[in-house]
Design a protein around this ligand. Sequence first.
Ligand code: AMP
Ligand code: MG
Length: 368
Amino acid sequence: MRTKLFMIKEDESSEEALREAGKCLREGGLVAFPTETVYGLGGDAMNPSSARKIYEAKGRPSDNPLIVHIYRWEDIYGVASRVPGEARIIADAFWPGPLTMILPRADCVPRETTGGLDTVAVRMPSHPAARKLIEYAGGFVAAPSANASGKPSPTKAQYVLEDMDGRIDMILDGGEVGIGLESTIIDLTVTPPQILRPGYVTREMLTETLGRVEVDATILRSDSGQAPKAPGMKYRHYAPKGELTIVAGPMDAVVDYINRQAVMQMAKGEKVGVIGTSEALPLYRADLVKSVGSRLDEVGIGKRLYTILREFDDEGATCIYSEAFSTGGYGQAIMNRLLKAAGHRVVTVGSQGKVSEYVCQMPDKGFG
Ligand code: AMP
Ligand code: MG
């Protein structure tokens, strides 16, 4: 299969490509498209064979459900058998935007799309091209992230092309995405509602809107003894090719530890990469030192994270160290993705520079 690539701009010139892409989806094809979170790999959500093609193109296990994307509120009734009052409240506050709701599945949604579940994930994205594409496709586009399974979600069309060339019909290139981490997922089939995946819409924002909201215990811990409720969260996603270790503790101790490890690893022939904040960046000594942005700008950190992981893959980093980030607010989403990329490998260093432990989970709070 030859994969067609179209540039998408926010003006009339993209209309033709969007209509062609919509037609392709209606006919059972696959189209990767930009959203405000990451690039999605779209198929017709109501067509079981489209869902099967998505799993195949990504190399994704078929028990890992897809998110159904809609472009207008009323279509929620087309995919959910029951729409609780909370759905309307958070849609008013956060849709269109980076928030996915889990609702009871309507019979017309194929089980292939929901990974065999009786619930369905629904999102209304805000990206203008995504919205038009969904409309032209007939209103319901099933889309996971457009990466090959196990790779970081794509923040740029070039990464979609790397993973999907020859495997899908079309890629719409809308430039770099705005957010860079996948949507927040909230389960509205339980009381109180539960966050299954943290994202740009934070727990604090949802609590303010809905009142009590819980967080799935597996989000930041690998030792909670529970299976994650969002099936995708159980897989080791977002994994770079190099072995990634997160180093937590006071900044000077973190820098000192990483530099000493880097010397040792480089002497062994490893190619060492460091993910650092701009505040500490000049202090690192390693083969590849990359700034994830300022510690004060969490939105910027979220936006850079996957791109840096991909760059390390491209540049052949075999051993990667990253600073740790705060786990409150949006930091929860950043640390969730970083922990998964690191297979929950965290080193905690003390203020005297001594390594106090080698742990496999993050405490709930306290990393700055
Ligand atoms: P992706 O956008 O690639 O992360 O894929 C969508 C993710 O949404 C999956 O990995 C699941 O974790 C989650 N998801 C989709 N549908 C459901 C559902 N019905 N219940 C819980 N989680 C879901
Ligand atoms: Mg994904």
